[in-house]
Design a protein around this ligand. Structure first.
Ligand code: 5AD
Ligand code: SF4
Length: 481
């Protein structure tokens, strides 16, 4: 944790402060008193469990939830059979929602035997009015529900939930507030995500994110730099800058700053050896950014550049604001400037009205670019998005067949790219002891490929040179060089 707060200094008999983050510190102190009382009652330290669904943004948000839960006196548990369970939900595709409904049934059974248990839900799915209606009607055992805009209020909401025995809901439609300096508990001690902006203004026609995460808001560069400096001082060597569309970072700040400028400032922070970022929208990727990537070795040789579709016609329907040729030209520019860069992507199959010819265009881009890896998704209809109104949904079996063909192409292409690296010696950041084989450790190359090699847990967090001996498709076996 990089921000120490002394809760004992806070007088909880006073009125809560109005200013943030002091107001949340006050509620943390209040919650701690409650958790201490619970500890005396249970005769053991109460424990919590967070389950994260979805993207890197949610993973980072869960570190904030964890930071607060630890601050108020809970300790981490490794299963849902805990005293406080929170699901940080995702709603980008329908199956993400289904997982949550399924698991809630199980939690209800457990809670019946442990009535003091608290169940909380937050994240993107909670920003959908139909979800809240359904929870209020049929899931009354849930104690606390909040959304994406007020996660900083978690301590205050827990305090409210402790004080009353009925469902607490607090969902905001939007916010322009960014609260700094709340406790965060990192999952890894040597690497960390760092939010640089929140929300999205793009309104791709299939996507629910702009509705549930709100409009783009950038953090001030000095706040970001301060956070990264503190992380570096705490032993972090790799940061991942997070935003739905990092390429439009800083445009709406009082003093606008470009993403490339921010990136360059972060490369100057001592101790930070690797910088990643995610996600880039092709329409906003500037020459300035390509130039910074080419110049700064600390910026990882990896770019995630969502394609979504290779058909210019479908891209137009998706409101992506680039066409096939522009995307390919961009890839060419990047490869010319940064020859060893790994490119990864997101692709949606079965967008309404997608014909076989459209799909062929996607396959063509995949072949031409040669991605190092790709996330492939079956189009999922999201209520409230413009694409949900389109009539020509593609039949399921057609989508499935295209999806399988695409996946095969992606995997073959990626294996070929990986194969070409075999025999090389690369710098690797060691992340963990291998989960299957204890004699091995697992590390990540600058280009995001994974390698397993003999080593011990003392190597975790260190950058070492590793020879890539054997390619296994999308990962390697190696040995220290
Ligand atoms: N259906 C399928 N995939 C989607 N994505 C976003 N919305 C949808 C949807 N409705 C995918 C996009 C995006 C990634 C995070 O999720 O490919 O880049
Ligand atoms: Fe969704 Fe498009 Fe925004 Fe990405 S850029 S979050 S796909 S609307």
């Amino acid at each position: 944790m990089y921000h120490e707060i002394d809760l004992k200094q806070i007088d909880i008999n006073q009125e809560p402060p109005v200013e943030e983050p002091e107001r949340q510190y006050y509620f943390m102190a209040k919650c701690r008193e409650h958790v201490e009382a619970l500890e005396r009652k249970l005769g053991r330290r109460p424990c919590f469990f967070t389950q994260t669904f979805g993207c890197q943004m949610n993973a980072r948000d869960s570190e904030k939830l964890t930071g607060i839960l630890e601050q108020i006196g809970y300790q981490a548990a490794d299963s849902e059979e805990a005293d406080f369970v929170i699901y940080n939900t995702c709603t980008v595709r329908e199956n993400a929602n289904n997982k949550v409904w399924g698991r809630l049934g199980y939690l209800n059974t457990y809670k019946k035997q442990h009535p003091h248990m608290k169940i909380a839900l937050c994240g993107c799915m909670m920003q959908e009015p139909e979800v809240i209606e359904k929870l209020k009607k049929s899931y009354r055992f849930v104690d606390l529900i909040f959304g994406t805009h007020n996660i900083y209020k978690f301590a205050e909401l827990i305090a409210l939930s402790f004080a009353q025995d009925r469902m607490v809901t607090d969902i905001w439609e939007s916010t322009d507030q960014i609260v700094e300096d709340l406790p965060i508990e990192r999952k890894y001690r040597f690497k960390s995500g760092v939010n640089i902006m929140f929300g999205c203004n793009n309104f791709c026609s299939y996507c629910i994110v702009p509705y549930v995460r709100g409009r783009e808001r950038s953090r001030k560069p000095e706040d970001i730099v301060r956070e990264v400096e503190a992380l570096a001082a705490d032993g972090v060597v790799e940061v991942m800058l997070l935003g739905q569309n990092v390429n439009s970072y800083g445009k709406n700040l009082e003093t606008p700053v470009s993403f490339a400028e921010l990136l360059e400032r972060i490369t100057q922070i001592e101790g930070i050896q690797r910088i990643r970022f995610m996600t880039s929208h092709p329409k906003d990727l500037s020459d300035e950014l390509i130039d910074v990537m080419a110049r700064c070795d600390k910026i990882c040789r990896h770019l995630h550049l969502p394609l979504q579709s290779g058909s210019s016609r479908i891209l137009k329907e998706m409101n992506r604001r680039y066409d096939k040729e522009q995307y390919l030209a961009l890839v060419k520019n990047i490869r010319q400037a940064v020859p060893n860069i790994a490119l990864t992507t997101d692709i949606i199959v079965g967008f309404p009205g997608e014909t076989e010819e459209d799909f062929d265009e996607t396959m063509d881009v995949v072949k031409q670019v040669g991605y190092d890896s790709a996330f492939t998704f079956i189009y999922s209809k999201r209520t409230g998005t413009p694409a949900a109104e389109l009539k020509q949904q593609v039949p399921e079996e057609v989508v499935k067949d295209r999806f399988d063909r695409l996946l095969k192409e992606v995997q073959q292409g990626a294996a070929k790219r990986a194969q070409a690296l075999t025999g090389r010696v690369e710098e690797v950041l060691v992340e963990e002891v291998n989960q299957q084989e204890e004699a091995l450790v697992t590390g990540r190359l600058s280009n995001n490929f994974i390698v397993h090699f003999p080593g011990t847990n003392e190597l975790i967090g260190k950058i070492v040179a590793v020879r890539l001996k054997e390619c296994k498709g999308f990962y390697f076996y190696g040995e220290m060089a």
